[in-house]
Design a protein around this ligand. Structure first.
Ligand SMILES: [Zn+2]
Length: 385
């Protein structure tokens, strides 16, 4: 199965790398699509692809038929070979830890979760994660080859570091440069860290509402905050350091509160502040239970809560519109882990606000859709990474 690298020219190696990267991002592609990606003729590409098939680097198979694709000969597509590798995936949020065994196609084999307060420091999360991981091993008898951790903060992906500006308020003890090493030695596995929203975006592209789309925004809304990522030209756009798509720090209020990042009026700071002030006036601390109670009150028609949620949805939509105006997406995918799109005051207002704050020319070709991956998106994305 091994290929003789010395027989492969530098140019062929470059083309191979482009093909592998494209398949990693998009899941599958036809020879025609790969010819476009690489800029080669189909004939020139064909020889390289055939060599790659022979070397076991890619597989070629019939494309999956959609429900309404007719009865003609199915198209042939290239995919990466299915690795029989299992990933220990972790979705680390400020107050909850989800851990799963995930295969390389993003299928979740076993999952466990527990409350874990990230503010108690990194070692608290490490301890909880190790305990959850042990329970998974026993349940399934499967042994992961690596761990991929999705974090609720900005991660310098190339250097595998938690960004201090992003983590200053929420998780300062994670920024000493030792995060990967501490998890790796506790788990006994190679560890990769990534921004959770980036993993969720990869999952939407490969398995979710983003399948078949080339340019879209993924928006994750939960009681713990807002996460987002963007797909440009069929690939998760990472930016220079992996910080791209950070909608939380789009300024939505010129005279707003100062965000822990040092800017004023950031979306995340504004929405958190509004929630905090509202709950403070009612004598309640902000946590998952408090948010659930608010959601219930909103569903029951509490006018003050509905107004609060409408304002928050409107602000999120303002930020989404700014991003949409910059790169002309064909969809906004909303993964609201609290309620279904359209069912509550936040998302109703959000959808109206996105339309209001996006250029009509862009809105005309853009749909707003709900994700059905819900709480599995970050875990599935970890398996796909
Ligand atoms: Zn900020």
């Amino acid at each position: 199965m091994s290929s003789d690298q010395s027989a492969v020219s530098a140019f062929q190696q470059y083309v191979r790398a482009r093909i592998l990267e494209h398949l990693r991002q998009s899941g599958e592609a036809s020879r025609t699509a790969l010819a476009e990606v690489t800029g080669l003729s189909r004939r020139a590409l064909g020889g390289i692809v055939d060599d790659m098939k022979q070397a076991g680097l890619v597989d070629e198979a019939d494309a999956d038929r959609g429900p309404d694709r007719g009865v003609g000969r199915p198209a042939r597509v290239l995919r990466l070979p299915v690795r029989q590798e299992v990933t220990l995936a972790a979705d680390i949020s400020p107050d909850r830890l989800r851990v799963a065994l995930v295969d390389s196609a993003g299928a979740i084999l076993s999952v466990a979760e527990a409350n874990a307060d990230i503010a108690r420091g990194r070692s608290h999360t490490v301890g909880t994660l190790v305990a959850l991981a042990r329970s998974l091993d026993r349940d399934e008898g499967r042994h992961p080859a690596r761990a991929v951790l999705g974090l609720p903060t900005m991660v310098d992906y190339e250097r595998q570091l938690v960004d201090p500006a992003g983590a200053r308020a929420l998780m300062p003890s994670w920024t000493d440069g030792a995060t990967v090493d501490e998890f790796a030695s506790a788990l006994g596995l190679p560890v990769t860290i990534a921004n959770g929203a980036t993993l969720a975006t990869l999952a939407e592209l490969r398995l979710g509402a983003g399948r078949g789309r080339k340019n879209f925004i993924v928006l994750g809304i939960g009681h713990e905050g807002i996460g987002s990522g963007i797909v440009v030209d069929g690939r998760v756009f990472e930016g220079a350091r992996g910080f791209a798509g950070e909608i939380s720090h789009v300024s939505v209020h010129a005279d707003g509160v100062i965000c822990p990042c040092g800017q004023r009026g950031c979306l995340a700071a504004e929405t958190a502040n509004q929630l905090r002030l509202f709950l403070q006036a009612r004598g309640v601390d902000m946590n998952a239970e408090a948010y659930e109670e608010l959601s219930t009150a909103s569903a029951q028609g509490d006018p003050a809560v509905r107004r609060l949620f409408a304002d928050i949805g409107w602000q999120i939509g303002r930020a989404v519109g700014s991003v949409a105006n910059v790169f002309d997406p064909d969809a906004v995918i909303i993964n609201d882990t609290l309620t279904e799109v359209g069912d509550d005051a936040v998302t109703q207002s959000l959808v109206r606000s996105i339309t209001q704050h996006t250029h009509p020319g862009i809105t005309a070709g853009m749909t707003v859709v709900a994700s059905d991956l819900k709480h599995t998106s970050i875990l599935a994305g970890a398996g796909l990474l």
